[in-house]
Structures are given as C-alpha cells and as structure tokens.
Design a protein around this ligand. Structure first.
Ligand code: NAD
Length: 308
C-alpha cells in the first residue's frame, strides 16, 4: 500500500515509521528543510516507548512527489491543514483515503473542500510524540487510534485502515461515534492545554488551583452547548469534568502541547479549540464568552512573543 504522511513532524514521523516497519510503502512529506535533509541523509532516528531505531525513509516536499496514493495521513498542525491539502491535491485519486487524526474542531469541513466525503476518515489518537532534533523523534504510549468513515456507506474502507494500524502496532480501533470522541478530546485540549499555556503551569498545578472547578465548569459548559447545536453531540458536563480530573491525576506532571508551542515560539491551535467553540456559538445565536476570552489571551501571548 502506498501511504503518504502529509506533515511529518512528531506524530507524522512516528506513524510513518511504524507503518513502514509493517511493510507499507511510506513517503514522509514536509516543508522543514533541516528535518528532510537529516532523514534523507541519515534515516529517521526514533525512539518508540524507549526502544531506539534508525530507519531509512523516503522524505520530500509535497510538490516533489508525483504519484497517486492509496492512503494519506494528514499530520499538520490544525492551522496548516488547508494549505497542506492544497499542496497534495495531485496525490489524491478517486479511491485515495485521507485519514485525519488532528486535534481540534472543524477539520472535516476543510477536508470536504478537497475530497468526496466517501474518501474521508476522521479520528483521534492518544499516542504522544515529540521532535528532539531534525530527523530525531520519539513516540510514546499504546494508542488507541479511534477512527470512523465520514460517509456511512464506507465502513469497509475505515476497517481496512484499522487493520493496517493494528498490523503496525498503532492500535487502530473502529469507533461508532468518532464525532463524540473528537469533541471529548477537544474538551481535554480546551481545558488542560489552554489553561496550562496561559498559567505557565503543569496540569497538576492547574488542577490544584482554588479556581479549577469554576474554570472547568465554564469551559466544558460552553463546549457542551456548542457540541449539541453544531453536531448534535451530547457532552455531559459533570461526567466530563470527572473524566478530566481523573485524567489530570494520571498525567499531572506534563506540560501540554500548547504550553510547549508557546515555549518554543510556535503558534498554537487555539483557533481550532476554544476559538472554534466561540466562533461556532455565534452561528447558533449564543455566546461562549469564556472560550472567547481564553482565545484572546492566548493570541495576545502569541503577539507578545512575536509569533503571529
Ligand atoms: P508537529 O509540530 O511536530 O509537526 C507539525 C508540522 O510542524 C510538521 O510539518 C513539522 O515538520 C513542523 N515542525 C515541527 N517543528 C518544527 C520546527 N522546529 N521548525 C520547522 N517546522 C517544524 O506536530 P505534531 O505534534 O505531530 O501534531 C500534529 C497534530 O496531531 C496536531 O493537530 C496535534 O494537536 C495532534 N496531536 C499531537 C500529539 C503529540 O503528542 N504530538 C498527540 C495527539 C494529537
């Protein structure tokens, strides 16, 4: 199977590595010159749950690949998805499946500008990954990768991707309601990521603060209201807050990715999390003032750091 990874940063490199190890014909696509040069010259150096390896891999810029792919995994940051889709249009044939596991909301609408719904597979993953240096990455966890076909008639296509992910050790799982999983993951990112980034604190520090209950209640209530209006998804506020608190106990020592983005002077995905909820709320004639304020503050911080 010919697979392209469109956006081969932390997660894309890790997925590409495991897919190639299990026999797929993988090409990593990216724009970062130093990363492409390092992988092309030295192979991808990767640690998967602490086990180190170096694998020769094909890597180039999107305009340097000129073959129709069977499957494309998009792994840009949210704000890079649209321009990546523009740059990989020539790799998409009638039967090419595009799999999107990005964090954030609204990505299926972006993909529908470029693809028939029958070729779109949406999902989420709890694998974690990072880049240590150009050409050097790590991937940690056990998954799963939950996914579902966007077009109800295309379940077979999604099951085929699940099987490939299982064979590669990426722990693919078919989901009957990936929309719910996406909104629930957005609640995780819209609380933990945004608050830790703003407060420059670990998850444990934020969840030990005296105002955590009020902050969680405000944010999750806004996500819940908009999820129902936008996608007819029910997010139970109390149950979600309990879920977030239980998760915080497990991963308390972490700084979430949005915190790391600001620390590394990189723009955040806030417009696709709290910002998306604030925007969607307007379309439904309600307001999401807490999410709007968080989005404004994160953008102000990006401005202060000169990264917007
Ligand atoms: P990433 O930042 O590692 O990579 C995204 C793009 O940025 C890639 O094209 C990469 O080459 C480029 N990039 C990264 N560092 C760069 C640098 N220093 N200079 C120039 N370009 C650079 O993104 P990611 O962490 O793989 O995340 C992709 C998507 O998956 C996001 O939506 C993210 O929220 C989601 N996600 C990530 C993780 C994780 O643990 N990394 C977990 C779950 C979901």
């Amino acid at each position: 199977m010919k697979i392209a990874i469109a956006g081969s940063g932390a997660l894309g490199s890790g997925f590409g590595y495991l897919l190639q190890k299990s026999g797929a014909d993988v090409t990593l696509l990216d724009y970062w010159d130093d990363h492409i040069k390092a992988v092309t010259e030295n192979g991808l150096k990767i640690s998967v749950n602490g086990v180190e390896d170096t694998l020769p891999m094909k890597m180039c810029k999107p305009n340097e690949l000129n073959e129709i792919m069977d499957t494309i995994f998009v792994f840009t940051k949210s704000m890079g998805l649209e321009s990546m889709m523009e740059d990989i249009k020539h790799l998409i044939g009638e039967d090419t499946q595009v799999v999107c596991l990005l964090n954030g909301l609204g990505h299926s609408k972006t993909l529908e500008k470029y693809l028939d719904k029958k070729n779109i597979i949406m999902g989420t993953t709890v694998w974690t990954a990072g880049i240590d240096a150009p050409g050097v990455t790590h991937l940690d966890g056990q998954g799963p990768v939950e996914l579902q076909n966007s077009d109800p008639s295309e379940k077979e296509a999604a099951l085929e991707i699940v099987e490939i992910l299982q064979e590669s050790g990426l722990n693919g799982v078919y989901s009957d309601n990936v929309n719910f999983t996406t909104w629930r993951k957005a609640c995780v990112n819209g609380t933990m990521n945004a608050l830790c980034a703003m407060l420059d604190a670990t998850i444990a520090e934020v969840f030990a603060s005296s105002t955590i209950d009020s902050m969680l209640s405000s944010i999750v209530t806004e996500f819940s209201q908009v999820a129902e209006l936008e996608d007819n998804i029910q997010i139970d506020v109390d149950e979600t807050i309990d879920y977030l608190k239980a998760l915080a106990e497990k991963v308390g020592s972490h700084y979430p990715s949005m915190h790391q983005d600001l620390a590394n002077n990189r723009p955040t995905e806030i417009d696709f999390l709290n910002g998306a909820v604030a925007e969607m709320s307007k379309n439904h004639g309600i307001e999401a003032p807490y999410c709007q304020a968080i989005t404004d503050l994160i953008h102000a911080k990006e401005d202060v750091l000169g990264i917007r």
